[in-house]
Design a protein around this ligand. Structure first.
Ligand code: IMP
Ligand code: MG
Length: 178
């Protein structure tokens, strides 16, 4: 098994880059079809979603906008459940079709908090696009129409996702070796 080290932990490839690119392109085509003529606003959640958002939006072929918000809830390899807004939304989203772009939905608490707060601004609709979902960890009900991969509960890094700030630059997705 080929392993790499990120800080003090060993990781091995679980989703190779080719597979990621293929799924992201498929998702972008689906979103383009569903959002045609709606001028959607993509709201990407920093930091983790920046790589996914960049690839996703380049696959979208209907007029659209993208903006970024910054949230944080993770400490080390555990979700703190306590979501902090570090950089808020400046755009007016009332009456708009919003696609929230996330790297991963784990407990779902971050996304639930975000969706509830965006809904107060009366968008026409809000849809979730998440690169990854860990269904086994979800603590809240969420409708996730766009998801590239459903994965087990193990901790992962790469393709934008980090372990204490490191590993975001990796082109593949890696799972921790236990
Ligand atoms: P949630 O609130 O528990 O759903 O946590 C979501 C956030 O935690 C995501 O936006 C990620 O930034 C981070 N996160 C969750 N699981 C992982 C993981 O396996 N690796 C790296 N970050 C993760
Ligand atoms: Mg995130």
């Amino acid at each position: 098994m080929n392993t790499i080290k990120v800080k003090d932990l060993d990781f091995t490839v679980s989703i190779p880059r080719e597979e990621i690119q293929k799924r992201v392109a498929e998702l972008a085509r689906q979103i383009s079809k569903d959002m045609e003529g709606k001028n959607p606003l993509f709201v990407a959640v920093l930091n983790g979603s920046f790589v996914f958002a960049a690839d996703l939006i380049r696959g979208v072929d209907t007029p659209c906008e993208i903006t970024f918000i910054r949230l944080a809830s993770y400490v080390g390899t555990e979700s703190s459940g306590n979501v902090q807004e570090l950089m808020g939304l400046k755009e007016d989203i009332s009456g708009r079709s919003v696609v929230v772009v996330e790297d991963i939905i784990d407990s779902g608490l971050t996304m639930k908090g975000l969706i509830d707060s965006l809904k107060k601004q009366n968008p026409a609709e809000i849809r979730i696009a998440s690169l990854l979902v860990k269904p086994g960890n979800m603590k809240v009900e969420l409708d996730i129409p766009y998801c590239c991969f459903r994965i087990p509960n193990d901790f992962i890094v790469g393709y934008g996702l980090d372990y204490d700030g490191f590993g975001r630059n990796l082109a593949d997705i890696y799972t921790v070796v236990k």
